[in-house]
Design a protein around this ligand. Structure first.
Ligand SMILES: [Fe+2]
Length: 251
């Protein structure tokens, strides 16, 4: 099975459109979404309409912004920009999209026998996996060989190897326009494909990945999109300007 992997779209329609154009000639059977469809950006309805149009070909988990923007949780633990954006999103969602957002499932969920998906971590959808320690907790909470996660907006890989009872954990930032990773059957992996709509690794290009689960291979891509258009849309919506500015730098 081949999966198109998307995470952290954050209501950025232009980035999503660029990714869709980029994958047009690539083969995949299903779309996998790792959460945070909305929040920060000015196009929540377009993004949710598109996700909903995928029907049963879509496998997904909700993100922390999805939960708050759907009115299922308070925004009090968000910083003030995220809070403002969540309030704006909730008041601008069309009824059908609010209901759809409220129905997003909580992760982790099994994609197939040895592959799981989650938003933050397999321990908690709000937890970040930045460090080897964070990764150890996530590996310990699951048994799958591969866990796909989002939330940090940083394309990254954590690899757990066991040799004669001794564990070693490797961390790698995944940079570049195109990257191919072959998964070794003896190792376990936590992989973040990066964010479609708000990259934070100082590279403003949209991120996505394709997983070939039979070949145990992952392709990661970066795609240029017109972030200046997205920024203008954010400013016109009256959202905090910093949410548009950061897209220009991938910060
Ligand atoms: Fe996010």
């Amino acid at each position: 099975m081949r999966y198109l992997i998307l995470s952290d779209i954050h209501a950025n329609w232009e980035a999503l459109q660029a990714v869709r154009a980029h994958v047009r000639r690539k083969r995949f059977d299903r779309v996998v979404f790792l959460g945070d469809a909305v929040g920060y950006g000015a196009s929540p309805n377009r993004v949710l309409d598109w996700l909903r149009s995928l029907g049963s070909t879509l496998a997904m988990v909700r993100g922390n912004h999805d939960r708050v923007c759907a009115g299922l949780d308070s925004a009090e633990h968000f910083n003030r920009y995220a809070r403002q954006a969540a309030e704006w999103t909730l008041s601008n969602l069309e009824e059908r999209n609010l209901e759809y957002l409220q129905s997003f499932p909580t992760g982790p969920i099994d994609l197939e026998k040895d592959v799981a998906i989650c938003h933050g971590s397999s321990v908690d959808e709000d937890a970040y996996i930045f460090s080897a320690y964070d990764a150890q907790l996530a590996f310990a909470a699951t048994s799958q060989q591969l866990i796909l996660f989002g939330h940090t907006h940083v394309p990254s890989l954590f690899m757990l190897r066991e040799d004669n009872g001794k564990q070693t954990l490797r961390v790698r930032l995944l940079t570049g326009r195109r990257l191919v990773l072959d998964l070794d059957p003896g190792n376990r992996y936590l992989i973040n494909p990066g964010s479609v709509g708000q990259p934070r690794d100082r590279d403003p290009r949209a991120c996505y990945a394709i997983l070939d689960s039979e070949q145990r291979r992952i392709y990661l891509y970066r795609v240029i999109y017109r972030a200046s258009v997205t920024r203008r849309r954010i400013l016109n919506a009256g959202l905090p300007p910093v949410l548009g500015d950061r897209l220009l730098y991938g910060a």
